[in-house]
Design a protein around this ligand. Structure first.
Ligand SMILES: *Cc1c(COP(=O)(O)O)cnc(C)c1O
Length: 433
């Protein structure tokens, strides 16, 4: 056997693991990587294997895609990094006894939505499931055929309905469903309608010969109307934005107005247009919210302290009408002029690297406001450099179109412009080769 000193024998697992310290991985994982590399006869590849593993962990990135709520990037970004000091999640500070984790946030959300009551669960899929299970298990729920949708990630209305124990009653047709169609379904002797469910089609759009019943109309049916809003625009008049509602929001249904129109309950996501953490909000009549709260599934679907803290921060910002504390609205409110100036400055700083700035179109993303674009500005460089950009220490996620790499600045923090400049400068020698 060769001695370890001559360097040809495989190094010990421990030595190889120690040599991977710069990967930043904890020791037990470095040991695993070292073992795998030795077993595969790939000792020289150990560092790359460690890097691959580190990159499979959550990594901060620069979102230059122009998709503001990018599901692959965790939808709405949050301000600051959330640490978790002890919090009064379920402690009533007045009595010192066990309290409700829903009481504080429920109160804030109800105030923000203009509803009697509200509660939070883990996501909107959970909110819809809980509402159906608590209010309609073993009973019937009329839904328009035009709203029996799949949102993606296997959220399909008929399947969620089945899991909840409620029975779906199809109403109307794919493109047209009128109030009379609901009336007829509810009046059928074999139908025991617990609620009527209206679902925002979110990620698709039917144009042309279409008709659907409004919430005001449905509210006349005498059965509680539950509206799954999905995207979670809080208030169509956006009082938290200095300039009023942007035009790209025009057709988006909002919680405040939907409840005012007579919905008994609304549900929506915390991390779409609401701009908070991943969560699902149920808001509306207090007797119905109370039934959701008391249902056994509520315990399985309840959010943790980190999510509650982030929801609380976001909701307080809305109540203070301060969009600057909600990163999604900061992105949405950036003016094209501001973005054009930043793009021009980036192009100037990488002068000679063949980068130009030009107008772009961002999208809200996450199935919110489908087909709608937001005017934006960014920088462009010839060639497909998406993989190179992604492989940087702080990955930059770009879009490639027609053989050009496009970096849209609307979702990029101004402090990160410097990272884009560095990346573009690093590209230059590769391109001139
Ligand atoms: C996005 C969406 C959902 C799912 O919400 P999650 O928070 O992703 O669970 C459900 N319904 C509608 C209408 C949606 O747009």
């Amino acid at each position: 056997m060769k001695s370890s000193a001559d360097g040809t024998r495989p190094p010990s697992v421990d030595r190889l693991a120690r040599s991977l310290a710069s990967s930043g991985l904890p020791h037990p994982l470095r040991v695993e990587v070292a073992r795998e590399a030795i077993a595969a006869g790939d000792v020289p590849g150990a560092a790359r294997r460690a890097d691959d593993l580190r990159r499979a962990l959550l990594t901060p990135v620069v979102n230059a895609t122009g998709v503001l709520l990018h599901t692959n990037l965790g939808r709405a970004p949050l301000a600051g990094a959330f640490t978790s000091p002890p919090r009064s999640v379920e402690l009533d500070l007045r009595t010192g006894e066990r309290g409700s984790r829903q009481a504080g946030i429920g109160r804030l959300l109800a105030a923000a939505c203009g509803s009697e009551s509200a509660m939070v669960v883990n996501n909107n899929a959970a909110a819809v499931l809980l509402v159906l299970a608590a209010l309609a298990a073993g009973r019937d729920v009329p839904v328009s055929r035009g709203e029996s949708v799949e949102i993606g990630g296997s959220f399909r209305v008929p399947e969620v309905m089945e899991q909840s124990g409620a029975r779906l009653v199809d109403v109307g047709t794919t493109n047209r469903t009128r109030l009379a169609d609901y009336r007829r379904a509810i009046d059928r002797p074999d139908v025991d309608a617990a609620i009527v469910l209206k679902v925002h089609p979110s990620n698709y759009r039917v144009d042309g010969f279409v008709e659907s019943a409004t919430v005001d109309e449905l509210a006349t049916l005498g059965v509680p109307v539950v509206v799954d809003l999905g995207s979670g625009l809080l208030d169509a008049s956006t009082p938290w934005l200095p300039g009023g509602p942007p035009s790209w929001l025009a057709d988006e249904p909002a919680a405040v107005q939907t409840l005012r129109s007579g919905a008994a309950l609304v549900t929506f996501s915390g991390d779409k247009l609401f701009g908070g953490p991943q969560a699902g909000i149920i808001a509306g009549r207090s007797d119905l919210v109370e039934r959701c709260r008391r249902h056994p599934l509520a315990r399985a679907l309840r959010p943790g302290g980190l999510v509650l803290a982030a929801m609380q921060e976001t909701t307080l910002a809305y109540l203070d009408r301060d969009h600057t504390r909600i990163p999604f609205w900061v992105m949405a409110a950036r003016t094209v002029g501001e973005l054009q100036e930043r793009a021009g400055s980036i192009a100037q700083r990488v002068e000679g690297a063949d980068v130009c700035d030009e107008a772009m179109e961002s999208v809200p993303g996450a199935g919110s406001a489908p087909g709608v674009t937001i005017p934006s500005w960014g920088v462009v460089v010839d060639g497909d450099h998406a993989a190179t950009m992604r492989s940087r220490a702080t990955p930059i996620i770009a879009r490639v179109r027609d053989g050009r790499t496009m970096l849209d600045l609307r979702a990029v923090e101004p402090d990160d412009d410097a990272l884009i400049v560095e990346a573009l400068i690093d590209l230059a020698p590769a391109r001139s080769r």
